[in-house]
Design a protein around this ligand. Structure first.
Ligand code: ATP
Length: 299
């Protein structure tokens, strides 16, 4: 086989409920993921040794060594099968880097699927999901896509029903925010406070099922938002700009610094994106539709 290309979506967290820090430092989560149609593509080709290349506007921010999640996925899969991870992985990157949209996780899931096909290993869905969970909390969702509730560290997934398409606008910031730093700030801000156990909001799950953007806008919630705003106060102005331009609601996406706005339809999404792009508060804005399928092998 000369090469396998996998397309993989970004995600937005429509609810991110975060529990207090556990003894192992991780947090229990109730994480409602929605896959959006901003995609990376990962191509796996036979090679003499493991190499990674990347193209795209943020390519210079992507590590090309064994710390790249795509490389780690290839290494873990090869180890399981007692083979050498001799593969060239090329990433075409459109998902913002360190933007809270799970771009690295997406590439990990895509590389796993691509290498499994290239090496003709025929792994089951369960085996692939196990390796995804080992790679990181957001990686299993990148494989399955659609909409899902993740509990535990976010990696134990239950698929969710979605009754329609939702129109999103993502405001991309200059520079990333480190996910561990945002959790560290969450711990600092909640010190001495009893943090409730994280649970998925029944109103949010009902809004997803109904496909009604107004209901979903009223239920969006991200417990990491105060921490992200504390580390990056300028995000408040981005949120204000999107809301003033007619978005139904806005929130920090995951650990940020990308902000996500829900619009009532495609036309409103376009005008919110135009207003954000024209404002000095963010680098640029992109529209996207959800839900969309997870990592998929392209013909
Ligand atoms: P999440 O939403 O899962 O918290 P994120 O979207 O905020 O993640 P990523 O784009 O996944 O962040 O990148 C976080 C860091 O991971 C980057 O700064 C980079 O050093 C590293 N990284 C490793 N592999 C990749 C990859 N394939 N693409 C992008 N970043 C990667």
């Amino acid at each position: 086989m000369s090469g396998v290309t996998v397309r993989v979506p970004a995600k937005v967290n429509v609810q991110l409920a975060v529990g207090g820090a556990r003894a192992d430092g991780f947090h229990d989560l109730a994480n409602v993921f929605l896959a959006v149609d901003l995609f990376d593509e990962v191509t796996a080709r036979p090679a003499a040794c493991l190499t990674v290349t990347c193209e795209g506007p943020d390519a210079d921010l992507v590590p090309l060594d064994a710390s790249n999640l795509a490389a780690r996925a290839a290494i873990l899969l090869a180890e399981r099968h007692g083979i050498a991870p001799d593969v060239h992985l090329h990433i075409v990157k459109d998902i913002p880097v360190a933007g809270g949209m799970a771009g690295g996780s997406a590439d990990g899931a895509a590389a796993l699927l691509a290498c499994d096909a290239l090496w003709e290993l025929g792994s089951s869905r369960e085996e692939l999901l196990e390796i995804c969970a080992e790679l990181g909390s957001d990686v299993p969702f990148s494989l399955v896509g659609g909409a899902a509730l993740g509990v535990g560290r976010g990696e134990r997934l239950t698929p969710l029903e979605v009754g329609g398409s939702f129109h999103w606008v993502f405001a991309l910031a200059d520079g990333g925010l480190s996910t561990p730093a945002v959790y560290g700030e969450f711990d600092r801000l909640t010190e001495g406070v009893r943090v409730p156990d994280p649970v998925a909001s029944p109103a949010l799950l009902a809004a997803l099922r109904s496909g009604d953007p107004v209901a979903l806008a009223g239920a969006l919630a991200n417990d990491l938002q105060p921490a992200a705003l504390s580390l990056r106060p300028s995000l408040a102005a981005v949120l204000e700009t999107g809301l003033a331009a007619g978005a139904l609601s806005g929130l920090v996406s995951g650990s940020g610094p990308t902000t996500a706005f829900l619009a009532k339809d495609a036309e409103s999404a376009r005008s919110v994106a135009e207003a954000l792009t024209a404002s000095p508060t963010c680098r640029t804005a992109r529209t996207a539709l959800s839900p969309t399928p997870g990592a998929t092998i392209l013909a």
